[in-house]
Ligand binder design. Sequence first.
Ligand SMILES: C[S@@+](CC[C@H](N)C(=O)[O-])C[C@H]1O[C@@H](n2cnc3c(N)ncnc32)[C@H](O)[C@@H]1O
Length: 395
Amino acid sequence: MPHCLAKELRLPPLPFVSGKYEFVFEAQKEGDETQSLILVRFEEHEFFLRKRYRQKQNDYILKCEKGSKNLPTGIIKGALRVIASYNEDMLITHNLNNDSLKQTLLSPFLKQIHHFSDFHRPFELEIGFGSGRHLLNKARQNPSMFFIGIEIHTPSIEQVLRQIEIQGIENVWIINFDARVFLELLPSSLCQAIYIHFPVPWEKKPHRRVWSERFLHEAMRILDQDGKLELRSDDEGYFLYALEIVLRQKHLQCKINKNLQKEVVSKYEDRWLRQHKDIYDLQVIAMEKKTEKKHNKAFIFPAKVFLRSFDKIPKKVIKTDWFLHIDSFYTSSDFSVLMVSFGDFNQPQSKFLLIPNQGEPRYLGGNPLPTEATHKAHQELLRMIQKGEEIECSD
Ligand SMILES: C[S@@+](CC[C@H](N)C(=O)[O-])C[C@H]1O[C@@H](n2cnc3c(N)ncnc32)[C@H](O)[C@@H]1O
């Protein structure tokens, strides 16, 4: 994680511009004068740097706020370097050198969620592609088909993006996202196949598994008729867990195989084959076309929010299928900032809500994912933070 440590971290008067970076405001954390957030803009990106005074060490640490970790590291390092350059005499240490152009440039094949909002082309999807060996092979061998690869491990994503460029592959989109959330955002009946090869079994934390009842429902919804969901695993326990979920459904068709040989194998499969491990294969076939599901996805704000004082805002609302947690509150002369997490329990989203003294509030970096759970939490958030509202909340 790029950061710098300094005896003192002073900023020029805000807002100020340095190269392509604009430093907009610094907001102080309510009830904790050791922490503040600095809003930075770089081209179409907006993110927070967090500045924190560490009492024990008597120094300041500056790094990118967690919620902005999807940004290329080169952009974050660039912003930190600007602030470091104003505090050169005070710097203790930093890791801001040696970024390559790759860290700064966004690949045209790396997509964001909004690229999928109007997506209508048939595709195959690979979840947790790791080294990308299976995904890229498939894409190379089937140039007329379109592939989407989803992964949460940034080094794997960077490696696969490099390979896409080197091999001149054009029919793949990559997205850095949690598959458990992503499927809900895809249209119905367009996907031809979903591959989930050697997922992490998460024996001790089963809630982190990609495969669940809800995942299966979403997978069957996005698959076209006769499309298949293909799980391959060397872990018998995970395979049986996945199969049990499938068998609980009323109306599904599935096939199981053991040590089925495949033409294209992933890096993990190759490793297990060399160790003569058994490979379990489960294919679930979508039996019908599904109609598009509809729900209200708008995140609407009133033109002006009359904010209660932070101590009067309830901090938590928990319902059966969604929650809202107001984590902290920051203020500058022109903005209030609320750090919230909300949505589904297994797939919480963290967001900053920027509330200007003048003008409409908005979420930093764009609206949250338009899931039903987040939408309900958003409406509750508005109700809770505004003055003069009745509140009903449960712990
Ligand atoms: C054991 S590796 C297998 C990689 C590859 N499929 C193979 O067979 O070589 C599992 C991969 O799934 C990714 N992963 C885990 N949870 C995920 C999630 N919720 N969404 C997307 N990818 C995930 C991990 O980062 C990791 O790269």
